[in-house]
Design a binder for this molecule. Structure first.
Ligand SMILES: [Fe+2]
Ligand SMILES: [Fe+2]
Length: 253
């Protein structure tokens, strides 16, 4: 008969095995562990080194992740750190085909950037913050507001509450108060329609045979995203650390 193993013990065992097999010691952040239902960071401290004599903690690039250039661009982050860019390309392509203004196309292209390479919870807020220093204020405002607008229909532009959300969250789901408040504020805002267009072009079911690529968006990104010469993460902007963390999520400190 085998002894039941807890989720935490199993996670520890996996971390142990990983450190055994590799040249460096990996830690996990409190947030990464919380996503597995555990509290606090793990794999840290001298005790770990005693368990793995001669090994050092990772304090740079994670060799398990794709190597990034020294001065990464927005597209480098999509190339080397993201999954889920199909959804962004599909939404932006839909906006492009509808002859939307460039600001709206960029907002559609980047609206779920947080989901693609950072974090899901409150993704509209995180995504807007991540790109705020590099885009027109209207673009980041629209991305932030789409977090709330997704939950509220606007028949004037044919936007209905997504069936997908009923499937995902149940018939009785009511958005949190802060989302309802954000919706009311956005409704009154001069850029409401820009954000609303993100929801209109936010495509979940798309022709699987349709071809989408970055190609039509390279110049649009060039005109609308102020790529820092030092590379994203190294320009001393208020969000540079967020990009560095995406680049090196397991750096010890
Ligand atoms: Fe979204
Ligand atoms: Fe989306």
């Amino acid at each position: 008969m085998t002894t039941p193993v807890s989720v935490a013990d199993r996670a520890d065992a996996i971390e142990q095995q990983m450190s055994d097999e590799l040249d460096v010691l990996y830690t996990k952040s409190a947030l990464a562990n919380m996503e597995d239902g555990r509290l606090g960071p793990s794999g840290m401290g001298m005790a770990e080194q005693v368990k793995h004599p001669g090994k050092l903690f990772l304090i740079g690039d994670d060799p398990r992740l794709p190597k990034m250039p020294a001065k990464p661009t927005l597209l480098d982050y999509f190339k080397y750190r993201a999954r889920g860019t199909m959804h962004l390309l599909q939404s932006a392509t839909h906006a492009l085909n509808a002859n939307m203004p460039e600001k709206t196309i960029v907002a559609c292209l980047l609206h779920d950037i947080a989901n693609a390479l950072f974090i899901k919870s409150d993704h509209g807020y995180w995504g807007a913050q991540l790109i705020e220093p590099y885009v027109d204020e209207e673009v980041s405002w629209a991305i932030r507001a789409h977090q709330a607008l997704r939950f509220f229909p606007d028949e004037s532009v044919g936007y209905k509450y997504p069936v997908l959300y009923t499937n995902y969250f149940g018939e009785d789901y009511v958005p949190d108060d802060y989302i309802q408040e954000a919706y009311k504020r956005a409704r009154e805002h001069k850029w409401y329609m820009t954000s609303r267009m993100i929801t209109v072009h936010d495509i979940y079911s798309f022709d699987p045979n349709a071809k989408v690529s970055w190609e039509p968006f390279i110049d649009i990104v060039g005109r609308n995203f102020k790529q820092p010469a030092e590379g994203l993460g190294y320009d001393n902007s208020p969000v540079a650390h967020m990009w560095r963390t995406i680049r090196r999520p397991t750096k010890y400190l």
